[in-house]
Design a binder for this molecule. Structure first.
Ligand code: IVH
Length: 495
C-alpha cells in the first residue's frame, strides 16, 4: 500500500487487509492442500468485496493483492531484463553409460571416499521461468530468454493461481531477496480441451502442451493468459539473501514452505543403481502423469560441492538430465502424398490413422525425402511405428507389418502437383522451381509470415492462407497488405 493510505478510514484499511489475507488463505487451501473451507460462491463474494474497496479507494492498490490475478491492461511489448542469476541449461543424455561417467567425475571432484548424494527430480517439459521476490512480494517474473536475460512477463505470471504473490511466512520468514526457478506447465488434459477450442475459433492450435505453456506466458494481454489454465512447479533457489541452505533438498523444503508447488516424487540417492531405477520407474509411469516429462534430472545435493565443481558457460558440472527414449506408437499410413513448402521443396508426407502420442494427437508425419522413403520402404496401408520427441515433427521409424497384396512403392512426381511445373533435383530433394508462380509456395510463405516465429498474426494460419490464395485475393506476398476488411468479411468463417 502507498503513503496515500492515511486518507482512508482505518476500518476500511483493516477490512481490505483481512479480505486479502483470507483470500490468500482460501486460495492456498484450495490449490495447494485440496481441502477448501468455503465454496466458490463465498470466495467470489469476498473477492468482489475487495475489488469494490480497491475501486473506491485507489490508494489501497497493491501489487500483491489477490485481485491482481485477473489480468492487467495489454502491453505494447515486453521489457528485456537481466536474470538475478543465469538460468543455465543441463547436460543431457539418453544413455546410462553417460550417467555412470558423470558419477565418476563427481566422485573424482569430491575426493577419496566421499559418497555423492544426488537429488532426483522429473525433468518437466514446460517453459522455464524465473520468479523474483523482494521482501516477500513477487517483484517480477522473467522468461528464460538466452539464459542471461529474458522477458519480463510479471502480469501474466500473476494470473497463475498457484504462484504466491506474497510468500507464506507461517513456517519460515521471507528473505530480503529470493530468486527461484520453475517450470510453467499446461496439463495434458487441459491442453486437449484448450486446443480444440482454439481450432473451433479458427485460431492456430499449439503443437504441444509445452508450446502452449510458452505461448500463454508471452501474451501481451494478460487477460488472455488469465483465461488459460496453467500451473508453475518450482524446483530451484537461484539466489537468496537473508536465508541460506547447505543442500538442495533443504532449498526445496523452503520453497514448499513459502507456498509454492514443487515437482512430485523428489527423492535422494547415493548409488548409480538407485538413480537408474528412479529413471526407469518414471519412464514406465510416464503415461499416467497429466504433464509431459522428457527425462529425470540428477543433481548433486551438497551446495558447497556444487560451487567447487562449477559450471561451463552452458551447463553446471554438478547436474545432468537423463532423458527418456522418444515416445513411440503404432498406427497405419492411410495415404502418402506430397507437400510443396514455401521454398518449393517437395516433401513426401504420411497421413496417419490419428493416434495419441503423449497427449498430442498425431495424424501426419514427414517422410523427409525420396531416399528415406525408399530406404524405409514405406507404403500406403502399412502398419508403422512412429515417434515424437519434444517439439520435433513426428517421424515414421519403421514398417512393422504389411498385407500380402501390398500397395506399390510411392512414386515421386516429376511435376509439381500444384502448378504442374517440371521439378528439378537438388541432392536427395526435388524442388518446384516456379518460385513466384506456384500457389503452394505462396501459401507456405503466407503461413510462415503469419506464424508465431515470424509476425505472429492472429488468425492468419493455414486455413486463411488457403482461402486468400484460392480466391485470388493474394497473388504475391506483398498483396497481403492490400486485402480490405470487406474482402475478408466475405470469406467464410470471418464476419
Ligand atoms: S535444473 C542449472 N530441474 O530443463 C540446473 N531443470 O535444459 C538448472 N527443467 O529449460 C536446471 N525440470 O527449465 C532443472 N527438475 C528440473 C527441471 C529442469 C525441467 C528444464 C529447465 C531447462 C531444461 C534444462
Amino acid at each position: 500500500m502507498t503513503d496515500a493510505t492515511h486518507d482512508i478510514p482505518k476500518a476500511i484499511l483493516e477490512e481490505a487487509e483481512t479480505l486479502r489475507s483470507e483470500l490468500r488463505r482460501h486460495a492456498h487451501l484450495y490449490y495447494h492442500d485440496a481441502r477448501p473451507e468455503i465454496g466458490d460462491a463465498e470466495y467470489d463474494d469476498l473477492f468482489r468485496r475487495l475489488q469494490a474497496l480497491e475501486g473506491q479507494y485507489p490508494a489501497l492498490d497493491s501489487p500483491d493483492s489477490p485481485t491482481k490475478r485477473v489480468g492487467a491492461p495489454p502491453q505494447d511489448k515486453f521489457e528485456t531484463v537481466e536474470h538475478v542469476a543465469a538460468l543455465l541449461s543441463l547436460d543431457s543424455s539418453e544413455k546410462p553409460e553417460d550417467f555412470i561417467r558423470f558419477d565418476e567425475r563427481v566422485r573424482r571432484a569430491l575426493g577419496d571416499g566421499v559418497t555423492p548424494r544426488y537429488i532426483l527430480e522429473p525433468k518437466l517439459d514446460g517453459a522455464s521461468i524465473e520468479l523474483v521476490y523482494e521482501d516477500g512480494v513477487l517483484a517480477r517474473a522473467v522468461t528464460r530468454g538466452n539464459g542471461q536475460q529474458g522477458e519480463r512477463v510479471t502480469e501474466n505470471i500473476r494470473t497463475i493461481l498457484t504462484v504466491p504473490l506474497r510468500l507464506r511466512t507461517d513456517a519460515r520468514p521471507a528473505p530480503k531477496l529470493l530468486a527461484l526457478r520453475g517450470e510453467v506447465l499446461m496439463y495434458i488434459s487441459d491442453f486437449a480441451d484448450f486446443n480444440a477450442r482454439m481450432a473451433d475459433a479458427g485460431l492456430e492450435p499449439y503443437a504441444s502442451p509445452r508450446n502452449s505453456a510458452a505461448g500463454s506466458i508471452r501474451q501481451l494481454d494478460s487477460r488472455v493468459t488469465a483465461s488459460r489454465k496453467l500451473d508453475v512447479l518450482v524446483y530451484d533457489v537461484l539466489a537468496v539473501e537473508g536465508d541460506s541452505f547447505t543442500s538442495d533438498i533443504a532449498g526445496v523444503e523452503a520453497i514448499r514452505e513459502w507456498g509454492f508447488r514443487v515437482p512430485e516424487r523428489i527423492q535422494t540417492a547415493t548409488t548409480v543403481d538407485e538413480v537408474l531405477a528412479y529413471h526407469s520407474v518414471y519412464e514406465e509411469q510416464r503415461d499416467e502423469l497429466d504433464y509431459e516429462i522428457d527425462g529425470v534430472v540428477v543433481k548433486l545435493d551438497d551446495l558447497a560441492a556444487r560451487r567447487a565443481m562449477g559450471a561451463t558457460s552452458h551447463h553446471p558440472r554438478w547436474a545432468m538430465a537423463l532423458k527418456f527414449a522418444p515416445r513411440q506408437e503404432v498406427t497405419v499410413i492411410e495415404k502418402i502424398d506430397i507437400q510443396v513448402g514455401r521454398t518449393g521443396v517437395l516433401t513426401p508426407v504420411a497421413w496417419l490413422r490419428p493416434v495419441v502420442v503423449g497427449g498430442v494427437t498425431v495424424s501426419r508425419a514427414s517422410l523427409h525425402n525420396r531416399e528415406e522413403l525408399r530406404r524405409k520402404d514405406l507404403r500406403e496401408h502399412d502398419t508403422v511405428r512412429i515417434q515424437r520427441a519434444g517439439d520435433v515433427i513426428p517421424q515414421v521409424v519403421e514398417v512393422i507389418e504389411h498385407h500380402d497384396d501390398r500397395s506399390p512403392p510411392f512414386d515421386m512426381p516429376d511435376r509439381c502437383q500444384v502448378c504442374e511445373t517440371l521439378v528439378i533435383e537438388d541432392g536427395p530433394r526435388l524442388v518446384c522451381p516456379n518460385r513466384f508462380g506456384c500457389n503452394a509456395q505462396l501459401k507456405g510463405r503466407i503461413i510462415h509470415f503469419g506464424s508465431r516465429s515470424a509476425l505472429d498474426i492472429e488468425g492468419l494460419g493455414e486455413e486463411t492462407a488457403n482461402l486468400l490464395v484460392d480466391r485470388g485475393l493474394v497473388t504475391q506476398l506483398a498483396e497481403l497488405f492490400d486485402v480490405t476488411p470487406d474482402q475478408l468479411v466475405a470469406l467464410e468463417g470471418f464476419g
